[in-house]
Design a protein. Structure first.
Length: 373
């Protein structure tokens, strides 16, 4: 599961009506029990959120420092056998840097690929990190390589980092789509432990493709709605957000269409904060066409208004480096030899932006960019 991070906050309007209880996660009928709504004031919530942001100085660990970790265990966690949970430990068996729900790790794979995966284990267990990866044969190769890691294999890792922090206070709706369950499952565990008011909606193609159902089945059934597409159809934003708590927060992680739908309809709920994590490249907004010239060959590639420079360049150079596709990891940074980039990222400093860009999200102010590729 290669992931990328983006956070948003939206002020909501009217709360949606809570539906009748669905069947349980195995398809059995069950009774409904009302859930108390805990009112939370938006500005107070945001002050708490700031206090939980990941701070390397407080954590005592620089997330840019490379660590060598060893695969200690590999477990299949979905019935279709396409999702593997991998457990990593330190070479010397010592404690690993602390993390919080929402954190991810940067993996530097033997092939040279760099990929990011959410931690989905127990933050209290300092001796190991656990992630889960869905095998995507038509992807960029990272998930296949991760699936092939066997116990005893050493990998280089950086992190943990947190661009998707969870605040265990107030009330919350958690929405996960497919492998987007990985950061969400750690958050729901924390919500249960903290005793906050929570609801959880989990969508996927089928029950067989959805990891961690065995654990989720043990949770409070009246708070959990598992809705596979092959049983319920593709979810609408209204269905995903119907349990959003008035005055509370929504945490959503999954594919781009799900996130776009949730963002579009969030204002219709009574919730006051939306936090999300995106898998895959975001939709290009307000883009204009431009051209990219590859300095190594002189070839000029047109970039349409609705596509990224990275996507176009990958068609000619499949080995070009990339990871998050959101403009924060820095893997796809390249030198700009001529032209003026339109920077849409959060990684580079002002000085670096003078002659570099991240081709996953940044574009051109106009005309042609000549890149050192």
């Amino acid at each position: 599961m290669r992931l990328s991070r983006a956070r948003d906050l939206v002020i909501g309007q009217d709360a949606l009506t809570r539906p009748a209880a669905p069947s349980d996660i195995r398809g059995r009928d069950r009774p409904d029990r009302a859930m108390k709504i805990v009112e939370a004031v938006a500005d107070k919530y945001l002050r708490v959120l700031t206090a939980y942001d990941y701070d390397p100085a407080v954590a005592g660990h620089n997330p840019d420092s490379a660590m060598t970790l060893v695969v200690a265990d590999r477990e299949i966690v979905a019935a279709d056998e396409n999702v593997a949970a991998l457990t990593f430990v330190a070479v010397d068996g010592g404690d690993l840097p602390a993390w919080q729900p929402g954190c991810h790790l940067d993996f530097h794979l033997p092939s040279g690929l760099r990929r990011q995966y959410s931690l989905c284990g127990d933050p209290a267990d300092r001796g190991r990190y656990r992630i889960a990866v869905r095998s995507i044969p038509e992807g960029g190769g990272g998930s296949i390589e991760m699936h092939g890691l066997l116990p005893g294999t050493a990998v280089t890792v950086r992190g943990p980092r947190n661009g998707f922090p969870f605040v265990p206070t107030g009330s919350a709706l958690f929405v996960a789509g497919g492998i987007g369950i990985t950061p969400i499952i750690a958050m729901v565990r924390a919500a249960r432990a903290a005793g906050i008011d929570w609801q959880f909606v989990y969508s996927g193609r089928s029950r067989e493709s959805m990891p961690f159902l065995d654990e989720i089945e043990t949770w409070e059934s009246e708070r959990v709605f598992v809705r596979p597409d092959d049983e319920f159809g593709r979810p609408t934003a209204g269905e995903l957000l119907r349990r959003a708590p008035a005055g509370g927060a929504v945490y959503c992680c999954g594919p781009t269409p799900m996130l776009d739908a949730v963002r579009d309809r969030f204002a219709d709920t009574g919730a006051t904060a939306l936090h999300f994590e995106r898998f895959g490249a975001p939709t290009v907004l307000d883009g204009t066409p431009f051209e990219v010239e590859l300095a190594s060959t002189g070839e000029v590639l047109p970039v349409r208004a609705d596509e990224s420079a990275l996507a176009v360049i990958r068609n000619r150079m499949p080995g070009v480096g990339y990871s998050c596709q959101q403009g924060f990891c820095g893997t796809c940074r390249v030198h700009v030899l001529s032209g003026t980039p339109e920077h849409r990222e959060t990684r580079l400093t002002r000085q670096e932006q003078e002659d570099e860009m991240l081709i996953c999200v940044s574009r051109s102010v106009g005309g042609r960019l000549t890149l050192d590729l």
